[in-house]
Design a protein around this ligand. Structure first.
Ligand SMILES: [Cu+2]
Length: 270
């Protein structure tokens, strides 16, 4: 099997528990001799430009990335066209945002974010210090004041098909089980005509990006497609869900110059 990865490799992926569970790049390049994950240990300092931070207001936020001896890390690899990818989710996972902080200097990244309602939000930053083989992740919980929203319960989708911005997106799996390699297949059609979309465009250097976060927001997976070729209608991703339970998944794709995001809630069995 082309995409087979060994038990040894799975083990090495699990050992990086605090980092995104991802398949090492060498496997993504379809080589069988996968190198173990190579993550540079980091620390972070999050600096808020508002105290207390309020909902519905643009808040400047800085993020300082340091090495394990508290020195700023100064250079970063450009991965998928950016030096840092940052995801913001609300505690109930109803809110999702994917942004790209600006690198200033001396380990400092800047961005602004506005939060829809009062509550707790998790900020998940992903970056690769120069020379690191795999990405490092730094996260931060942020408490936002202001108007209360309505908490949305996380319920598994009855049907794995959603219409978003005129696209009908279906999600399927080959073998969904915790701790096992799974292929996620997104199939994208035009919602009106039901015709498969064959002209998807690369978004940030890949045909799509998928993020999966566990119900408690503790487990984070950033998944890229199996190949860099193709343009739809099917886009296949491979990952390993570390534990059973509920996960929310956001698939992001680009069509006619516009990025669209399609969320799913799934229950991963043991
Ligand atoms: Cu990104």
């Amino acid at each position: 099997m082309k995409y087979y990865i060994s038990a040894f490799l799975l083990l090495s992926v699990f050992l990086t528990a605090c980092n995104p569970l991802k398949v090492p790049k060498s496997t993504m390049n379809h080589k069988m001799s996968a190198t173990p994950t190579d993550v540079v240990p980091t620390k972070s300092e999050w600096i808020l430009g508002a105290d207390p931070p309020q909902a519905k207001v643009k808040i400047p936020i800085s993020l300082l990335i340091k090495d394990s001896s508290n020195q700023p890390i100064k250079s970063f690899e450009t991965i998928h066209e950016k030096k840092m990818h940052l995801f913001i989710v609300s505690k109930d996972l109803a809110y999702f945002s994917h942004i790209h902080p600006t690198y200033k200097e001396n380990g400092l990244f800047d961005f602004t974010a506005s939060f829809p309602t009062r509550g707790d939000y998790k900020l998940i930053s992903e970056f690769t210090p120069k020379g690191g083989g795999d990405s490092s992740v730094e996260t931060h919980w942020l408490q936002i004041e202001g108007e209360e929203g309505t908490a949305v319960p996380l319920v598994p989708d009855k049907e794995l098909s959603h219409v978003v911005e005129g696209k009908k997106v279906a999600l399927s799996f080959d073998h969904l089980m915790a701790g096992k390699t799974v292929h996620l297949i997104f199939t994208i059609k035009d919602a009106k005509t039901n015709k498969p979309l064959k002209n998807l465009q690369p978004y940030l250097g890949a045909l799509g990006h998928t993020v999966a976060i566990s119900a408690d927001a503790e487990k984070y997976l950033h998944i890229h497609p199996m190949t860099t070729e193709g343009s739809g209608p099917a886009v296949t991703f491979m990952t390993i869900f570390p534990e059973k339970g509920l996960y929310k998944i956001w698939g992001q794709f680009k069509h006619k110059g516009k990025v669209f995001t399609v969320p799913f809630v799934i229950n991963v069995p043991k």
